[in-house]
Design a protein around this ligand. Structure first.
Ligand code: NAI
Length: 665
């Protein structure tokens, strides 16, 4: 066997694409860590590699990614810059046109531009764990290198529609089913690709996708239904709709014209404010955890986590921790509560197993790494303990006193409190420097957001440990200072307050909710409260009643509902009537009467509000509170606020978050 090796581009990026000719097979390796993004050096290197393979008279070529990924997409760092030739469409074309049949050998991610490269190849084989997707809509874009034209010529049109409008990747089994790949490589991927290269030697090359017809074109009616279905959840967003339009072009137009139309749509979307908003939040999420004071600070080691309280949150945090591969000791008040807590964790793990996130062997290992106790001494070896007991300062401080006695003096102690003063909890511990807040969101094993709350005395390495732990759980960690409700809950309180004013002044719950869903929230504030239950917030308001400023404008409508036993879905009535006729309930004249009466008691003349006026008021209140949170240093940057509101409170991602959406100028 002869083997020559040649780098494809002799400039500074020479390592981005390597070509080795072995046994007349060109092995083209894309090596652009960390994810083999299709950056300029890769694109240039690939064009060169095609030429190299041709000049060598290769019988076939294997296109493979170094490391554990194929190509995860375009290089996001190039987004803000003018495009630099060669562009991806040209590279895909070159792969498609060369007489040397290219085999895409896919492990890890073939996403966006990566999948488009694979579509330019004559064959595609993949490992069982590969992922294939067109995630461009997540950044407000559509594929721009022929994806919308080639994909429906390889897989059924409606499958392509799903993939491109949802942005969700499919796995290897599905990819094989729909014809996206030719074969699965169970063993060594490169060897399987080489074997395929030998098999196809002398065979006629399959027709390039552009020369094929779309696969299983649906009739107009089915198409329309599918498009409505696919874009229903993304109402208000331009990219998914444009993706569907581009696919329609791919069916109706000649391939070359469809490619041009795709490019035009892609370029138009690139300048669309929605795409700017989505890119803003994408980058904000990736930079928001950085804190200057933590530069070069080593986190403490965390190999064993204690969790106090196995309720809704404690169980969710335990599941998230276990799924991240860390052993957990769960502490509860008594044996019955402990058993209930364990059951809760078990159910969450069942869910993970059902969704294929873990297999039975892994499940068994996880079960074995969950311990339970009612005695805090079981936390003697814990490196990090998170408390998620009742939201009550007296209960929390007692827990911290016990933790101070039971844990190692260097163990990190965290609270999941929603509103309470983390600094005050730290004061009951001999070394307050080891206490911080880790504020998870419900359900904790699903929600990506984690507010890492830093009380005044927290030690740097303790704070760094909070971030490292959050990262290990694959959370988006946002630093937050101590105040009532930190970043998110504090801003949401202002928002809720304003919504209450609107009710008193003339709006009705379903109008406020409709304005919010029109704006892009998945759910309105009142529908959400009905789902979560009104009783907990009521209890909190009663606790705080004594210390409330009597001059503060206070809306008592929610209290009146609670006094009438209207706690939301669980009691069949809340802001809405839940009689099973609709998922979120329907407006209830009784509630309207309560609201109208509240206005009358305060002498407020009711008037009507348009959706736009409602949103203006709500966003105005939100923005004002956000500005205060920034001024007080509770949030380090406007980006932090956007990331919190988008990931924790359903603020529409494609609006970029409240700060981005209300930016001036
Ligand atoms: P929960 O009532 O479901 O669970 C609390 C658990 O703590 C119960 O299982 C109880 O038996 C246990 N517990 C109480 N005192 C204890 C003690 N001294 N030692 C050991 N265990 C004890 O409450 P949930 O909703 O899980 O909330 C817990 C904490 O998380 C609260 O501080 C809450 O504000 C916070 N939180 C809640 C969120 C939510 O959406 N429910 C979201 C984020 C934070």
């Amino acid at each position: 066997m002869t083997s020559t090796s040649k780098t494809a581009s002799p400039d500074a990026h020479e390592a981005a694409v390597r070509v080795a000719i072995e046994d007349r097979i060109a092995i083209v390796t894309i090596d652009n860590p960390p994810v083999n993004a299709a950056s300029h050096a890769v694109r240039a290197g690939l064009l060169e590699a095609v030429r190299t393979a041709e000049e060598a008279g290769a019988r076939a070529a294997v296109l493979i990614g170094a490391g554990d990924s194929f190509v995860a997409g375009a290089d996001v760092r190039e987004f803000g810059q003018p495009p630099r030739a060669p562009l991806l469409p040209e590279v895909v074309r070159a792969l498609e046109k060369t007489p040397v049949p290219f085999i895409a050998a896919i492990d890890g991610n073939a996403l966006g531009g990566g999948l488009e490269l694979a579509l330019g190849c004559a064959y595609r084989i993949a490992t069982p764990r590969a992922k294939f997707g067109m995630p461009e809509v997540n950044l407000g874009l559509i594929p721009g290198a022929g994806g919308t034209v080639r994909l429906p010529r390889l897989v059924p049109v409606l499958e392509a529609l799903m993939m491109i409008t949802s942005g969700k990747p499919v796995g290897t089994r599905k990819a094989l089913d729909i014809g996206l790949i030719d074969d699965v490589a169970e063993g060594d991927l490169l060897q399987a690709a080489r074997d395929l290269a030998l098999q196809i030697d002398g065979r006629e090359r399959p027709l390039a996708l552009l020369s094929r017809e779309p696969v299983i074109v649906p009739d107009v009616h089915s198409w329309q239904i599918a498009v409505n279905d696919a874009t229903k959840k993304t109402r208000g967003q331009n990219a998914p709709r444009e993706a569907a339009n581009a696919l329609r072009d791919a069916i109706d137009m000649a391939p070359d014209a469809a490619l041009e139309a795709e490019r035009a749509r892609f370029l138009k979307l690139k300048d669309d404010p929605q795409s700017a908003a989505l890119r803003h939040i994408f980058f904000a999420e990736r930079s928001v955890a950085r804190m200057d004071r933590l530069k070069g600070v080593e986190p403490r080691k965390v190999d064993h986590v204690g969790i106090v309280g196995g309720g809704t949150m404690g169980a969710g945090i335990a599941a998230a921790t276990l799924l991240a591969g860390l052993p957990v000791t769960l502490i509860e008040r008594d044996d019955a509560a402990l058993e209930a807590g364990r059951e809760r964790v078990g159910k969450l793990l069942d869910g993970a197993e059902r969704r294929g996130l873990i297999d039975t062997a892994r499940r068994a290992a996880i079960d074995a790494s969950l311990a339970g106790a009612t005695d805090y001494d079981a936390l003697a070896s814990a490196d990090l303990v998170i408390e998620a007991v009742f939201e009550d300062m007296a209960v929390k401080t007692e827990v911290f006193e016990r933790l101070d006695r039971a844990t190692r003096p260097d163990a990190v102690l965290a609270t999941n409190t929603s509103y309470l003063d983390v600094g005050a909890m730290a004061e009951v511990v001999a070394d307050p420097g080891r206490v911080l807040g880790l504020h998870f969101f419900s359900p904790a094993h699903v929600m990506k957001l984690l507010e890492v709350v830093h009380p005044p005395k927290v030690a740097d390495d303790v704070l760094a440990t909070g971030f490292a732990f959050g990262k290990r759980l694959r959370k988006i960690c946002v630093p937050a200072g101590v105040c009532d409700g930190f970043i998110g809950n504090r801003i949401m309180s202002a928002y809720r307050r304003e919504a209450g004013y609107l009710l008193e002044e003339g709006a009705l719950p379903h109008e406020v909710d409709a304005a919010m869903t029109d704006y892009g929230f998945a759910m309105g504030i009142y529908a959400m409260q009905d789902m979560a239950g009104l009783d907990i917030a009521w209890a909190m308001r009663k606790r705080r009643a004594a210390t409330r400023d009597p001059n503060e404008r206070y809306v008592d409508i929610a209290d009146t509902l609670c006094e009438a036993g209207r706690f939301g879905q669980k009691t069949g009535k809340g802001w809405y009537l839940h009689d099973g006729t609709s998922r979120t309930g329907r407006p209830d004249p009784e509630v309207e009467a309560i609201i109208v009466d509240a206005s009358r008691r305060k002498g407020i003349e009711r008037r009507s509000f348009s959706h736009e006026q409602i949103i203006d008021r709500l966003l105005g209140a939100l923005r004002a509170e956000a500005d205060a949170v920034l001024a007080e240093g509770i949030a380090a940057s406007p980006d932090a606020i956007d990331v919190v509101m988008v990931n924790g409170y359903g603020f529409p991602r494609w609006r970029g978050g409240p700060m981005f959406a209300t930016r001036k100028g």
